[in-house]
Design a binder for this molecule. Structure first.
Ligand code: GLU
Length: 418
């Protein structure tokens, strides 16, 4: 990750560049560029050895014009207030692009979870849930998993909330394990929408994804599932990476076997069937048909973008390209399918989970996947229509044009008070 861009400034510049194509007044625009509120808290948690540690944590509620705030909670040592603010804004525009009835929020705890025991992580999570309790709610703000959090943490948050509120309210959080009210298909959803977006993108460009070569940066939940599902369409996944390193095989890697290796050894590095190991930047600049950045923000900055050779980029991560990288790529033949569509499968199946929780009626995995496909394909069509109808330079601008208009419509229909 480079230090080139503050993600919050990136978000604001993305909104500005889309807004010139819309009839939005400057004062309304200003509102769309800032969070409504940010909770900043310091969690005091007892460690296994009896000592006390303090962890900074944030929850940003960016905009609720279209519905309750919605978005994940990440555990990462690099979490900052500005990063959480940016991520919460991206959630607003993400839920608007796929047209599900939510606003946007995001949370983060400054912690490297690999350095703590499970019981310490449970106390950190429950402590954060206790701080969050007055802010969240099934109709107010609904957290979910994000980087380094998953079903386990969501179950702890649900349990803490329900215990403190003396109720059962599984819809207060999504991304839970199925036995605790989670939805089938939720774990795979981000990777699945990445695959669907890539498939539709190749189709739109008059190409067949089955003939594509693919590189995937990041082999966590989003990256590995995207790699697997895209390989299942017939494409050759020739390079993948994670924090342990990057591996390359021009004849294609067996994505499931790479995952088994990662499960055994902790990373993709050292995978025996790789023809070579190289650096993360080599992967990002590899001459492939499809590049899937699926790690953190700012993976590709303007300097690196000059060397990017992929024809299509599908952003499975949030904010992997800096605005500088966008500017460079806008002048090339590379099509960038933005995060707020590509990875929206996660929040979309969170929406299905919330609907199932509220109805106390659970769907089959097949139904979840079918309904997700309808939403992503419809959003893809709306996006390319916006791209073709407006004089925009990039698909990202088109996505923001579409999303901002939806948020502004909701805001203007409701009016301001007091
Ligand atoms: N953390 C995911 C995202 O960035 C999912 C959020 C959610 O399910 O609410 O979209």
């Amino acid at each position: 990750m480079t230090n080139e861009a503050n993600p919050f400034e990136s978000l604001q510049s993305q909104i500005d560049s889309a807004a010139v194509h819309l009839d939005v007044s400057a004062d309304v625009l200003e509102r769309l560029k800032r969070p409504e509120r940010v909770l900043e808290t310091n969690l005091t948690v007892e460690m296994d050895d009896g000592s006390i540690e303090v962890f900074e944590a944030f929850r940003s509620q960016f905009n609720g014009d279209r519905g309750p705030y919605k978005g994940g909670i990440r555990f990462h040592p690099g979490v900052t207030r500005d990063e959480v603010k940016a991520l919460s804004g991206w959630m607003v525009y993400k839920t608007a692009v796929v047209d599900i009835p939510y606003g946007g929020g995001k949370g983060g705890v400054v912690i490297d979870p690999s350095e703590y025991s499970e019981s310490e992580l449970e106390r950190v999570t429950r402590s954060f849930a206790t701080e969050l309790r007055p802010f969240i709610g099934v109709n107010k703000d609904i957290p979910a998993p994000d980087v380094n959090t998953g079903q386990r943490e969501m179950n702890w948050i649900k349990d803490t909330y329900e215990t403190l509120e003396d109720t059962t309210e599984p819809g207060v959080i999504t991304g839970k394990a199925p036995d605790s009210g989670g939805s089938l298909g939720r774990v795979e959803a981000t990777g699945r929408s990445t695959m669907l977006t890539a498939r539709e993108a190749f189709d739109w460009l008059g190409r067949d994804i089955a003939d594509a070569t693919v590189a995937v940066q990041g082999y966590g939940n989003a990256g590995w599932i995207a790699a697997k599902l895209i390989q299942d369409l017939g494409a050759d996944v020739v390079a993948v990476s994670d924090s342990s390193g990057a591996i390359h095989n021009p004849d294609g890697l067996d994505t499931r076997d790479v995952k088994a290796h990662k499960n055994e050894t902790g990373g993709v590095a050292g995978y025996p069937e790789a023809a070579e190991e190289f650096g993360n930047d080599d992967l990002l600049t590899l001459d492939v048909d499809l590049l899937v950045p699926a790690a953190l923000e700012n993976a590709i900055d303007a300097d690196l973008a000059v060397d990017v050779q992929a024809d299509v980029i599908a952003e499975a991560a949030n904010g992997p390209l800096t605005p500088g990288a966008d500017e460079v790529l806008a002048d090339t033949d590379t099509y960038v399918f933005p995060d707020i569509l590509t990875n929206a499968g996660g929040v979309t199946v969170s929406y299905f989970e919330w609907v199932q929780n509220r109805q106390r009626f659970y769907w089959s995995e097949e139904r979840v996947n079918d309904e997700l496909e309808v939403i992503i394909v419809d959003a893809f069509e709306d996006l390319v229509a916006a791209y073709e109808d407006h004089d925009v330079e990039t698909l990202r601008e088109a996505a923001y044009v579409l999303a901002i208009q939806r948020v502004v419509d909701a805001f203007e229909e409701s009016g301001t008070w007091p």
